[in-house]
Design a protein around this ligand. Structure first.
Ligand SMILES: [Zn+2]
Length: 259
C-alpha cells in the first residue's frame, strides 16, 4: 500500500498532508493547515500575520487496527486588535483537546458496547480518564439534544440513589413528564442549593400548569418560584401514606390515634 492512501483516509477537512509514516502498530500523519488567514476567537478580527508555530500530537480513530496519530504543525496568528497571538483552530478537534472528535465518538460507542472499559482503553490506547471524559461528554450532548420543552403537567419527587457504607443516603430529584408518562430529568441532590440552578436551566418552564409533589416545603417553594403559572397538587399517595402510618399505629384497645 502506498503511503498516500492511509493518509487520505484519515484526513480532516481543513488539513493538508505533508507526509505519512506507516509503523508496525501505528500510522503517523504529518499535517498543516493552509488557510491564508484566521479569525481571532476573542474579538473576531481577521489576521494574516503568522506569529509562530506549535507542533501538537493528536490521537485519531484507529484505521484497520492501527493507531492513528496526527502530528499538526499548528500556526499561531497575531491579532493586531488584542495585541496577542492565538492558535489556529482545526475542524474536528476541540480547543485544547489531544483527541479528534471522531475518536471521542468511537470511544463512547465502544464504552457502550465492549464488555469492560479496560478493553476500550487497550483498543484505543488511551487512559481511563480519556475514556471517561469522552464517553460522558457525548452522553451529555445526547441528553441535551433529547431535552424537549417541559410539558404542562409534571411531577417532582425525591429519589434515593444509593446508600454508601457508613454514610448517609445519596438523593436525587426526579422530574416526571405526566403528559407522556416518562422520566423527564434527574437532578443531583434534593436540597435547594443543589437543584436550584439545574431547575432554572430547564427549557419551557412557563409551559407548566400543574406540578404534583409530596408535602416537602422545599419543593413547594421552588415550584412556586420556577413554575409561577402552575398549580401545586399534593400527590395523593404521599398524603395517603401519612394517613396509613397513623392507622397502623392505632391502639386496638381503645381505638385512639397516637398523638
Ligand atoms: Zn483579537
Amino acid at each position: 500500500m502506498s503511503m498516500e492512501r492511509p493518509a487520505r483516509l484519515v484526513l480532516l477537512p481543513e488539513l493538508e498532508l505533508v507526509k505519512s509514516v506507516k509503523l508496525s502498530n501505528r500510522i503517523l500523519g504529518f499535517f498543516k493547515k493552509t488557510s491564508t488567514h484566521e479569525v481571532c476567537p476573542k474579538c473576531a478580527h481577521l489576521s494574516e500575520s503568522v506569529y509562530d508555530h506549535r507542533p501538537v500530537r493528536i490521537k485519531d480513530e484507529p484505521l484497520r487496527n492501527k493507531l492513528v496519530v496526527l502530528l499538526i504543525n499548528k500556526r499561531r496568528f497575531y491579532c493586531s486588535h488584542c495585541k496577542k497571538p492565538f492558535t489556529e483552530p482545526v475542524s474536528g478537534i476541540g480547543k485544547g483537546r489531544r483527541t479528534t472528535e471522531r475518536l471521542r465518538s468511537a470511544i463512547c460507542w465502544a464504552s457502550e458496547n465492549f464488555h469492560d472499559l479496560s478493553r476500550v482503553q487497550r483498543h484505543y490506547d488511551c487512559s481511563a480518564d480519556t475514556v471517561y471524559r469522552a464517553t460522558y461528554d457525548r452522553l451529555e450532548l445526547r441528553r441535551r439534544k433529547r431535552l424537549y420543552p417541559l410539558p404542562p403537567v409534571i411531577g417532582i419527587d425525591e429519589h434515593s440513589l444509593r446508600k454508601p457504607k457508613g454514610r448517609s443516603t445519596v438523593y436525587s430529584t426526579i422530574i416526571v413528564d405526566h403528559t407522556h408518562r416518562r422520566v423527564y430529568e434527574l437532578l443531583e441532590g434534593r436540597a435547594r442549593g443543589e437543584i436550584e440552578e439545574p431547575l432554572r436551566r430547564l427549557p419551557g418552564r412557563s409551559n407548566v400548569r400543574v406540578v404534583t409533589m409530596d408535602l416537602s416545603p422545599t419543593y413547594r417553594t421552588l415550584a412556586r418560584e420556577y413554575f409561577p403559572k402552575a398549580s401545586i397538587v399534593a400527590d395523593r399517595f404521599h398524603v395517603q401514606r401519612l394517613f396509613t402510618k397513623l392507622v397502623n399505629r392505632l391502639d386496638p384497645q381503645n381505638s385512639t390515634l397516637p398523638s
